[in-house]
Each structure stands twice: as structure tokens, then as C-alpha cells.
Design a protein around this ligand. Structure first.
Ligand SMILES: Nc1ncnc2c1ncn2[C@@H]1O[C@H](COP(=O)(O)OP(=O)(O)O)[C@@H](O)[C@H]1O
Ligand SMILES: [Mg+2]
Length: 227
């Protein structure tokens, strides 16, 4: 896939990345207890109400006969709340420094999230883990958020029926590509996915957008990993 145009939303000086890593390393115990406090707050103020909402929606779904015109939409809302609760739980676990299950890897987390997205929104998503990375849970969580936002952008801003995600991670660099076919008849316009770019920058990395052979849109996230 060749690039005919690209925008780069940040440069990624290694020193900045090192600075971020040092900052994380030296956060110390104060930050640790702060993370624990935030994770408890998110649990109480967000996850619990979401679970309440999910129960209410499930109760509503049971009252609506399966052939009712709203039955499918209500089912989707139940699925969406389930997906959000799973994402919030993962986030809280990330704050506590835990990946989910013992066999969980970044690739498997991305696959699960992409599969849930595909099921809910009827957009086929294939995830290729070209090279699996051994990354810490806070980073896995950030990467997962960025993929979610890129997929959500594809759903909201294009007519694409499929997307591809490609993860490559070696000891030096983590690269995540989210690719979708470009809509026919729509003039080429380059864009910057703002929250993805900001999150990548905060990690000492960058986000760029390329048009693969003019037929695809490729959002590329690169995060420099330190030895
Ligand atoms: N995959 C995509 N294909 C085409 N345009 C996109 C894609 N992703 C994002 N965009 C464009 O980039 C803009 C900025 O995206 P973003 O910063 O995520 O903001 P938002 O999704 O809230 O509009 C979008 O409004 C849209 O015009
Ligand atoms: Mg968006």
C-alpha cells in the first residue's frame, strides 16, 4: 500500500518519549495510590450506574416482543452498554496495572474489542497481529482506546462495510494501522483524528493519516518503545 498524501500530527523526538517513560517511572507511590483512588471512583460513579442502566435495558428488552419494531434497537443498546462496561472495567484494571486474564495480550484485547464492535455495528473488522508486543497494561489500554476511536470514526464518517486493523510491535516501536476503504465519489480530504493524535502525542508517539493507493484511508499510530 503506497502513500500519496500524508499528514503528520506530531513529530516524535526520542527525548520526549524518554521523558514520558521517566515520568512514569518516577511517579512513585503517591501516583500509585492516586490511581487506586481514581479506579475506585470510576467503579462507583460510572461502572455501577452503567450496570444499572444495562439491567433496566434488559428488563425493557424482556417486555418488548421479538417482532416489535424497536426490539432490535433495544438489543443493540444492551450490547453497547455491555461493551462499554467491559471497556471501563479494562480501563480500571489498566489503572491498577493489570491486563485482564492471564493469557491476555494486546493482540487478543484488540481482537475482542474489534469483534464486539463488528457485531454491534455490522462492520466487518479483521485484526492482524503481525507481531505481538509485550506491553504494559496502561499502554495496552491506550492503544485499545485509539483503535476504538478509529473504528468509531469509520462508522460515523464513512460508508465502509469493513475495516482492517494491523498491529506490529517490536522492542523499539509499536505500530497500529486502522484501514478502511475510501468512499467512492467522495473528494479526497485529509484529516486529523484529534483525540487519537492527542493520545499518541501524550505517549511520546504520533498519528498520521495516509491514503493507501488512493483507495483506502489508513490511520497509523506509532509509539516509540524504550528498551
Ligand atoms: N476513517 C475516516 N475517513 C474519513 N474521514 C475521517 C475518518 N476518521 C475521521 N475522519 C474525519 O476527521 C474528522 C475528525 O475526527 P475526530 O477528531 O475523531 O472528530 P469527530 O469524530 O468527533 O468528528 C471527522 O469529523 C471526519 O471528518
Ligand atoms: Mg471521532
Amino acid at each position: 500500500m503506497s502513500s500519496i498524501d500524508s499528514t503528520s500530527t506530531s513529530t516524535s523526538p526520542r527525548s520526549f518519549s524518554r521523558c514520558v517513560a521517566n515520568w512514569r517511572e518516577t511517579e512513585g507511590k503517591g501516583a500509585e495510590s492516586e490511581r487506586q483512588r481514581i479506579s475506585r471512583d470510576i467503579h462507583d460513579s460510572t461502572i455501577q450506574p452503567y450496570i444499572g442502566l444495562k439491567f433496566a435495558l434488559e428488563a425493557l428488552a424482556r417486555k418488548v416482543p421479538p417482532d416489535h419494531p424497536l426490539a432490535k434497537d433495544i438489543g443493540k443498546l444492551v450490547d453497547m452498554t455491555t461493551m462499554e462496561i467491559a471497556g471501563l472495567r479494562r480501563y480500571v484494571n489498566g489503572l491498577k496495572g493489570q491486563l485482564g486474564g492471564k493469557d491476555e495480550t494486546l493482540g487478543s484485547i484488540l481482537e475482542q474489542k474489534a469483534a464486539r464492535f463488528a457485531e454491534i455495528f455490522n462492520i466487518k473488522v479483521s485484526v492482524e497481529v503481525a507481531q505481538e508486543g509485550n506491553v504494559e497494561s496502561w499502554l495496552a489500554d491506550d492503544i485499545c482506546h485509539m483503535m476504538g476511536e478509529a473504528l468509531s470514526n469509520i462508522r460515523r464518517h464513512t460508508n465502509a462495510l469493513f475495516a482492517r486493523v494491523r498491529l506490529t510491535c517490536d522492542s523499539r516501536m509499536l505500530t497500529l494501522e486502522i484501514i478502511n476503504p475510501r468512499d467512492r465519489g467522495v473528494a479526497l480530504h485529509m484529516f486529523t483524528p484529534r483525540s487519537i493524535a492527542e493520545r499518541a502525542l501524550a505517549l511520546g508517539g504520533r498519528c498520521k493519516v495516509e491514503t493507501g493507493s488512493g483507495r483506502y484511508t489508513v490511520v497509523i499510530i506509532e509509539i516509540l518503545l524504550l528498551p
